[in-house]
Design a protein around this ligand. Structure first.
Ligand code: ADP
Ligand code: MG
Length: 336
């Protein structure tokens, strides 16, 4: 019988993010942490790569390959590719055909009932024995270690790639929630536009993201100089320019302001009894965008509340989803 066990494959917790997909296998930990990208052939329509391999094709694709981020804006724009992506990631796990794992899948709060059904169907087609869905801010809260069954309110701000999800959680539920399509991608785009406008320089998405992660900030900080490679728009030739990090802060300003404003609006809509909880508990930032330098400081300044960044903010959601998988009975009220 011992042999059979290895055939079973573990139960799975999946964070299906707009930018990154993470998979936790019960008993093993996080085994997949890759971009939510699919590459498909334009002639056959078939998925040819997902995750890291697909990202490597981004922006360098030849005429027959197209790269897609099926959840880019926090909605499932392309069901077939979303299905293909989940399928591709599950294939990477090399699960046995005989295994019937339980799956808890974390989804953005903005997705519709039809989209939820599609995610469940997709998992069921992959032999899932039971599939549960959980909303991102709840998974984030659990991952951060908040006891969400308490009648005490907590505000989670999850800044991902395509969406920022703002939620006040108490008593196992979302009291107020808001999902805006302004997050990491929008910051990258703002940097691209800035270089076009101010320096006549065309830079790619990956370059913009790198600049954001290394020198981007939401608060004035010590200036550093960086050199940026791109293509001069006038001469059409490659060019390197030196700029100061304060220019990047300037480029990011509008996007950061929109996120801060959305948080302030959510605070205004929070019922008064929970608002007072927030004075003690403050706001917790999660998701990759929480790592933007100075963002916590900026939020503190604007809201007068304590603001903390989750430990390893990129992992908080899958950790929370994993904790739910490990104790489905305890968390049944927050699952779909
Ligand atoms: P999602 O849940 O939507 O898949 P993630 O939580 O995985 O998104 O976060 C991805 C986003 O976080 C990307 O836009 C990425 O550029 C951004 N990000 C990652 N690290 C940093 C950093 N150090 N500073 C700013 N943004 C970051
Ligand atoms: Mg996420």
């Amino acid at each position: 019988m011992a042999g059979l066990v290895s055939f079973m494959g573990g139960d799975l917790a999946i964070d299906l993010g707009t930018a990154n997909t993470l998979i936790y296998v019960k008993g093993q930990g996080i085994v997949i942490n890759e971009p939510s990208i699919v590459a498909r052939s334009l002639t056959t329509g078939k998925v040819i790569a997902v995750g890291n391999e697909a990202k490597d094709m981004l922006g360098k694709t030849h005429h027959d390959i197209e790269t897609i981020r099926p959840l880019r804006d926090g909605v499932i724009a392309d069901f077939e590719m979303a299905d293909g992506m989940l399928n591709g990631f599950l294939n990477k796990l090399k699960m046995s055909k005989l295994s019937r794992p339980k799956m808890v899948i974390c989804i953005p709060t903005g997705i519709t009932e039809v989209e939820k059904r599609a995610v469940k169907d997709s998992a069921e087609r992959r032999n899932a024995r039971e599939v549960y869905l959980i909303e991102e801010p709840i998974a984030a809260a659990i991952g951060i270690g908040i006891d969400i069954s308490q009648p005490v309110g907590s505000m989670i701000v999850d800044i991902g790639g395509g969406t920022t999800e703002i939620a006040v959680i108490a008593l196992n539920g979302i009291v107020t929630k808001e999902s805006i399509r302004i997050a990491g991608d929008e910051m990258d785009e703002a940097i691209i536009q800035y270089f076009k406008r101010e320096h006549n320089l065309l830079i790619g998405e990956r370059t913009a993201e790198q600049i954001k992660c290394t020198v981007g900030s939401a608060m004035p900080a010590e200036d550093v100089m960086i050199s940026v490679k791109g293509r001069n728009m006038v001469a059409g030739i490659p060019k390197t320019i030196e700029i100061s990090s304060s220019e990047i802060r300037e480029a990011l300003k509008d996007t950061v302001d929109l996120i801060v404003d959305a948080v302030k609006q959510s605070l205004e809509r929070t019922p008064p009894e929970l608002s007072s909880d927030l004075l003690d508990r403050g706001i917790i930032l999660a998701g990759g965008g929480a790592s933007l330098k100075g963002l916590d400081q900026r939020m503190r300044l604007e809201t007068d509340l304590p603001v903390n960044v989750a430990e390893e903010p990129l992992l908080a959601i899958v950790r929370g989803t994993g904790l739910v998988l490990d104790d489905l009975e305890r968390f049944k009220d927050v699952l779909y």
